[in-house]
Design a protein around this ligand. Sequence first.
Ligand SMILES: [Zn+2]
Length: 547
Amino acid sequence: MLPNDLQQAMQALLQSFQHLHRLSGSADAERSVDWLCAQLRTHQIPFKRERCRLWLSDPLEGSLIVQGSVPLTIPAKTRSFSAHCPEGIEAELYYDQRSLVFVPESEYESWATAVRGKLVVADQGYEDYVQRLMQAGAAGLIHIWGSVEPALHEETVGPIWGTPVPDDVLRYPTLPVISINHQEGKTLLQHMLHSPLQACIFTRLHEHVAECSLPIVELTGESEEFVLLSSHYDSWHEGVTDNATGNALCLAMALHFAHNSGPLKRGLRIAFWPGHSNARYGGSTWYADNYRAELMQHCVAHINVDSPGCVGGSEVVVNASGAESTFWLNQAITSVTGTTASRITPMGKGGDQSFWGLGIPLHFALREEPALRTSLSPGSGGGWWWHTEEDTLDKVDEAHLWRDVQIHQRWLETLLLSDTLPVDPTSYVCALRGALAQLQSELDPMFSVKPIDQMLQALEKALLLEHQPSDLKTVIGILHRVRYRASDDYHPDLSYHGGAFPGLQILRGHRSEQCSERFWLMLETQFIRQRDRACELFAASLDILKR
Ligand SMILES: [Zn+2]
């Protein structure tokens, strides 16, 4: 297929998907899969249409009425997994000036007393903050969006990664959460300066279990090994740059590698996830749960594609696990753009990264950014339209999309056609030591991570010798389990525990003199378990390198 054919196929997808509001569980979402499967059939590309049941929370409506001599109605949106409060929750408003700062345990009670029973107005709406408010007994949360665009963004406050198990259920928010835009927020804060105000939050959500399609292209290779390329096909509203452009890129890669290249050394699976938006990465988590053995034994890389080809997305950034050769990552980018990525940074928490416990060595994702940021939007290339009704076809930059296609094509060419994998475990271990030193500087001195660092030092030394590629793959998989996860491999961490060594990140900022005996005991226990988990997993990797 010629480049022109690939571009036409991508255009056809964008034209078709833009008319479908693809929230998982909806008829439109299934129609988009019907369209995609018809294309795959026409082009004789082998695929499966998996079906998974997901627990979905669809935000339908949110509003805020501030009481006074003239009641003030403020436009708002509620959040996926907010509590459903159609009758409204009425309470006094309270502005939490400490929503973005660390509150030591010794000040927790005064903070909790201040927010208890209140409709809390705050400058953030992350799910861990919602958890704190819920524990403290707040009546609701009004999140003021931080950047000045008037548009209201959709989001989620779901704390559980993927579908919950019975013990998880207690964590779902029992308070209503809404978001208002920056300007309305400033006006509201002005009103609050004068006298205590009463207000009422209304939210309507539809919580349901639905069967959702998960189409997956399967191109076989000479070996059983395969690369997983993925993009979520569900969207908020038209969601053209988040994420029809990502689906278009993946379709182009399916066409290219099915028809243009010779036999593949490794197979290529291209997954189109449901449930990214309203089931907190439910689709990718289902795949990790249900294809666990195949992923563990044969998957060598996961490349996630989210929001390529955006207007303004001139800067190319790569989020990468740390185990990839940065020279190799940049080689593909330089060959297409003439320059390296503006940044290569560790993967954050999000974006269907549901595969950390499975021993897959390479995980990365291209991100676009504008040269100058004017919005806090983390997706759609930083565009203000991210997660809004305005994410429409005019936000696509075809030249950026074609650039991103070519970069992915080059990455995939190496992964599918070359004998060796572009891994760099030595640099990864070095980066882990750096992250650990940074973490130590933020921990109470009683929590010494020296034993973990000693293990990493030993690993660094062992890596100086020659090793079998299969051993390096296993070792990197173990390092990822420590770097990116805190719990066992059969239960994903909570959606908000991020950063390097997430099980130890929880200890950051706490000092023994600022903690009650009971709380300090919990922190100590957390530390001992996470330290020993890290040391034992690193010792296991050392054994592999020494055998
Ligand atoms: Zn997305």
